[in-house]
Design a protein around this ligand. Structure first.
Ligand code: ATP
Length: 556
């Protein structure tokens, strides 16, 4: 079982010690039960049996002490595993390239960090109990064998029957639980739509009803049905093992006395079996938990394998020196294709040929869905090209320099994320931040204290202005803005095109902006037209204007 293997591996050097302190309480408890069972031999005339009392007290003390140690050790192991896995998953996620991240999906990663790790954490202490009760049963069985080989043989036959039938039910139950887990993932997807699309759902009652009734309720009920069926199979297994158990008791009371000479033996055996019933019940209750933890470990391992397949060593984040752009960027037959989904071919961008000179102001324009954002993700090397070359100052962007290359860019995507603090930007001059807040007309809304903004609860346009402040503070040589002005009022929009972008250019930065604002197209050094994923034309409006100022063009 993967779950046990995981605990074994996580225990590391201390695994032998853990095994011993997990085995000891079960053995000690079985010995205590053996002492208790001798009550049938009790003779009042013999007085208090000091030896047995001492044995009893010592046994109980050993159980308490070693059980406590075993539980503490298991807690430490599992806490270490949890922390290590969380850190590992975060590290793997930041090492993925964007397409790998999109293909794995946020829901799956959240499920691993939340549900799967939590299941492992909750189940691990139960394993100590499982070992304890199993040992108790084994030693009790040996004790029964010592009292009467016949009774031992009968016990083993009944026990084998119970285990056989329980395992059959258990396998069915586990399959049903596996299907329930898959259904659970589908349910969470629908539920994410309810949370993420709360406003849209609130405003549209038929959407609300459809999402609720046909997806959330339907998927939840499917999971409910599978869980009930799975639970029933588990319970069925438990009931059958109980039948064997009662039959065993019956055999001890009504049959075994005919085969033993010492009539105190059946009484002792029954005492042991009665105690064992508690152990069997606990084991039977723990097994479904272990089964769920096993599925959780399977899913964590599958995710980890996917990470291993997709994380490219060369893409692992490394702290790089601030990069600079000397001559510019060159793209030759650069291409990218999204993976096919549901039998549909993925959208492709390219092959694209483009030169962006350092210090240029470049506008990328084109209809919706023409591939502008995808092209920018490819150019910034968030997506790995499926074909072609990308040159940075004449040198190919390849495995060794991709991290450094990415550090050229400050990007504001349309679906940008505002962080709670300025991660990775040291030595910030608060006066500079304050001046930028004033420039962006946010000074009365947002303050900058202790390295963080006082709030990010702002309007869409204001949030974008705050994102712009962060981008400017990064002081990267290339700024990329994806339809930044789309949510700004006309004044801000004008000052973005007529003041901010030219200022960035004047500072020597290269600016690449995706835009639909044709009234400002003339400001660009290069106007890159995209259609259906391809660059169909590149204009040079500023050069055209300069040429017009210099007199009539040579080739009208
Ligand atoms: N994460 C994704 N996975 C698969 N396909 C995608 C993904 N994102 C975009 N696409 C595909 O790429 C096409 C181009 O999308 P893209 O966002 O690049 O266009 P755009 O020109 O920026 O559009 P807009 O002007 O509307 O922002 C889309 O029509 C879609 O089919």
């Amino acid at each position: 079982m993967k779950f046990f293997r995981l605990l074994y591996e996580e225990a590391g050097e201390g695994r032998l010690q853990l095994l011993i302190i997990s085995l000891v309480p079960g053995i000690a408890m079985a010995l205590v039960i053996a002492v208790v069972s001798t009550v049938t031999d009790y003779e009042q005339s013999e007085g208090l049996q000091w030896q047995l009392l001492a044995f009893f007290v010592l046994g109980c003390a050993v159980v308490l002490f070693t059980m406590n140690r075993a539980l503490n050790a298991m807690t430490a192991i599992v806490a270490g595993y949890l922390s290590r896995m969380r850190i590992h998953i975060a590290d793997q996620v930041r090492s993925l390239n964007l397409s790998a991240f999109e293909n794995i999906g946020i829901v799956r990663i959240r499920n691993a960090v939340g549900h799967d790790l939590q299941t492992v954490e909750e189940t691990a202490p139960a394993v100590v109990g499982l070992i304890y009760f199993t040992m108790q049963l084994i030693v009790s069985a040996i004790y029964i064998g010592y009292l009467s080989p016949t009774a031992f043989a009968v016990t083993m036959v009944f026990l084998a029957g119970a285990v056989y039938f329980y395992r059959r039910s258990y396998a069915d139950a586990e399959n049903l639980w596996r299907r329930a887990s898959a259904g659970e993932a589908a349910f969470h997807k629908s539920f994410e739509h309810l949370l993420g699309g709360f406003k849209e759902v609130k405003l549209n009652s038929s959407r609300s009803e459809d999402l609720y009734a046909n997806y959330i309720v339907a998927r939840s009920e499917l999971v409910e049905d599978l869980r009930i069926r799975s639970g029933r199979r588990f319970n069925h297994g438990q009931s059958i093992s109980d039948v064997f158990f009662y039959a065993l008791m019956g055999a001890m009371v009504f049959a075994i006395p005919h085969y033993v000479t010492d009539l105190s033996v059946p009484g002792k055996i029954i005492t042991v079996i009665v105690f064992s019933s508690g152990a069997i019940t606990s084991i039977v209750r723990t097994l479904p938990m272990v089964s769920r933890a096993n599925l959780a470990v399977e899913s964590l391992e599958a995710l980890d394998e996917e990470f291993a397949r997709r994380v490219k060593e060369a893409e692992k984040p490394v702290i790089t020196e601030p990069a600079s752009l000397g001559s510019g960027l060159t793209m030759r037959r650069l291409a990218y294709r999204y993976d096919a989904r549901d039998g549909e071919r993925g959208f492709s961008v390219g092959p694209c040929d483009l030169d962006i000179d350092a210090g240029e102001l470049v506008f990328i324009v084109g209809g919706n869905g023409s591939g502008k954002s995808t092209f920018v993700k490819l150019m910034t090397r968030l997506y790995e090209p499926s074909d072609g070359v990308l040159l940075w100052d004449g040198a190919a962007v390849a495995n060794g320099n991709v991290e450094a290359y990415r550090s050229l860019f400050s990007v504001i995507f349309t679906d940008f994320h505002l962080f709670d603090r300025l991660y990775g930007i040291d030595d910030i001059d608060p006066a500079r931040v304050h001046a930028l807040l004033k420039d962006m007309q946010l000074a009365d809304k947002v303050a900058f204290r202790n390295g963080r903004f006082s709030t990010t609860d702002l309007s869409t346009g204001q949030r974008k202005r705050l994102a712009m402040i962060v981008a400017l503070l990064e002081e990267r040589p290339v700024c990329v803005f994806d339809e930044w002005a789309a949510d700004q009022d006309p004044d801000f929009r004008r000052s973005y095109y007529e003041a901010l972008l030219p200022r960035l250019k004047a500072e020597g930065r290269t600016v690449i902006a995706i835009t639909h604002d044709d009234r400002y197209f003339h400001l660009a050094d290069k106007l890159v037209w995209m259609e259906e994923g391809r660059i169909v034309r590149v204009d040079a409006p500023q050069r055209a204007l300069a040429d017009a100022d210099d007199g009539p063009p040579l080739h009208p």
